[in-house]
Design a protein around this ligand. Structure first.
Ligand code: PLP
Length: 385
């Protein structure tokens, strides 16, 4: 943790530190409480009871039934199980899937894989503000469309799509609807039942639990969603995700949900205030602009274009500040953000953009530090000459 205390961390959308209370809750399950919840002895069954309680708590947090939750290693796996599971299970109806060009790579690359297997994917474009056009979606849905997949909040820009409306529209046109809600769960209230989604994914390490735990919500009420299993073995998780349960992860995720449900409003107030004060200061600098919709946006994220600058150079010059110029994945290759390009930014502007993603451990001092540093850099690093 020493490292964390010395830096101003603005990369919460790529991962969060573990909340100390989450760590306390999970530690006994890494030590004394190690039994396999599938074991029939009393020790195993006592752990199974804890898993059951955790599952109820997590389900309750997104207003789902415990039987509607499948534990996975994270959002990427949940997304793979959902999209491939639907594709295989419903392929007699057709082979068409609709998603959006600004989705996370976990969705885009899973769809690419299905394209190689004979599926047809429509990648919806977005408007300059990052929002999809519902008319375009409606026109894209066909009788052979199995699934529409649209993320809840974008990891790079924070842009929030109208998920309830999109789910309704998809259903009216006869398609299933899934949402990657990894950047929404834990930050804002999510009611899977009210949203009317069929499938919803989220991840522990984006909400102050550890890496390696996530969940997939699979609707069982009303129209049951059928998924063909992609991972075979002992038949855990209703046969949809075999493998010994990650008990410490499940306990941690439940604790993270409990904390989020109690502190969400407070976090929203303090984090949005910090984010807004950051933006007020940065937008006073010349040649700065916001990427994404001002209104339909999650409160912790700000994606700003510093026109004429090189974001990578800027980030490299900020030694004790953790920032991102795109998503965290595949950062060995320097490519402009596919999200910003889809929103109509040119390559130069995409390369000039920085994502600030804030979290509950950020302080006013962090904000002052980053503003000061960016002022220095943009004033001494004028690339117009
Ligand atoms: C982080 C993230 C993922 C991947 O989650 P993992 O749990 O790391 O697999 C997927 N979608 C979005 C929107 C994300 O932010």
């Amino acid at each position: 943790m020493d490292e964390f205390h010395n830096i101003s961390y603005f990369d919460y959308n790529s991962t969060t530190p573990i909340d100390p209370r989450v760590l306390d809750a999970m530690l006994p399950f890494l030590q004394d409480n190690f039994a396999n919840p599938s074991s029939t002895h009393h020790f195993g069954q006592s752990i199974n009871e804890k898993v059951k309680q955790a599952r109820e708590q997590i389900a309750d947090f997104i207003n789902a039934e415990p039987s509607e939750l499948i534990f996975t290693s994270g959002a990427t796996e949940a997304i793979n199980i959902a999209i491939k599971g639907v594709a295989e299970s419903y392929s007699s109806k057709g082979k068409h899937i609709i998603t959006v060009s600004t989705e996370h790579k976990a969705v885009l690359d899973t769809c690419k894989d299905l394209e190689r297997k004979g599926f047809e994917i429509t990648y919806l474009t977005v408007q300059n503000n990052g929002l999809i056009d519902l008319d375009e979606l409606q026109k894209a849905i066909r009788p052979d469309t199995l699934l529409v997949s649209v993320m809840y909040a974008n990891n790079e820009t924070g842009v929030i799509q109208p998920i309830k409306e999109i789910a309704k529209l998809s259903h009216e046109e006869g398609a299933l609807f899934m949402t990657d809600a990894t950047q929404a769960v834990g930050k804002i209230e999510i009611d899977a039942d009210d949203l009317g989604v069929d499938l919803l994914c989220f991840s522990g390490h984006k909400m102050y639990a550890q890496k390696g735990i996530g969940a997939l919500y699979v609707r069982q009420r009303g129209n049951k969603v059928r998924l063909t299993p992609q991972i075979h073995g002992g038949g855990h998780e209703q046969g949809l995700r075999s493998g010994t349960l990650n008990v410490p992860g499940i306990i941690a995720l439940a604790k993270a949900c409990e904390i989020a449900s109690q502190e969400m409003m407070q976090n929203q107030n303090t984090i949005s205030e910090l984010r807004d004060s950051l933006e007020v200061q940065l937008f006073k600098l010349p040649n700065t602009s916001l990427n994404g919709d001002v209104k339909n946006r999650i409160y912790n994220t700000s994606n700003i274009c510093f026109k004429g600058q090189d974001a990578n150079v800027m980030i490299g010059r900020m030694k004790n500040i953790a920032l991102s110029n795109g998503s965290a994945c595949s950062s060995a290759v320097v490519e402009p953000s596919h999200v910003l390009k889809a929103m109509g930014l040119g390559e130069d502007d995409a390369f000039a953009s920085i994502r600030f993603s804030l979290g509950k451990f950020n302080t006013k001092e962090d904000i002052e530090t980053v503003i000061q540093k960016i002022k220095e850099i943009t004033q001494t690093n004028n690339n117009y000459a």
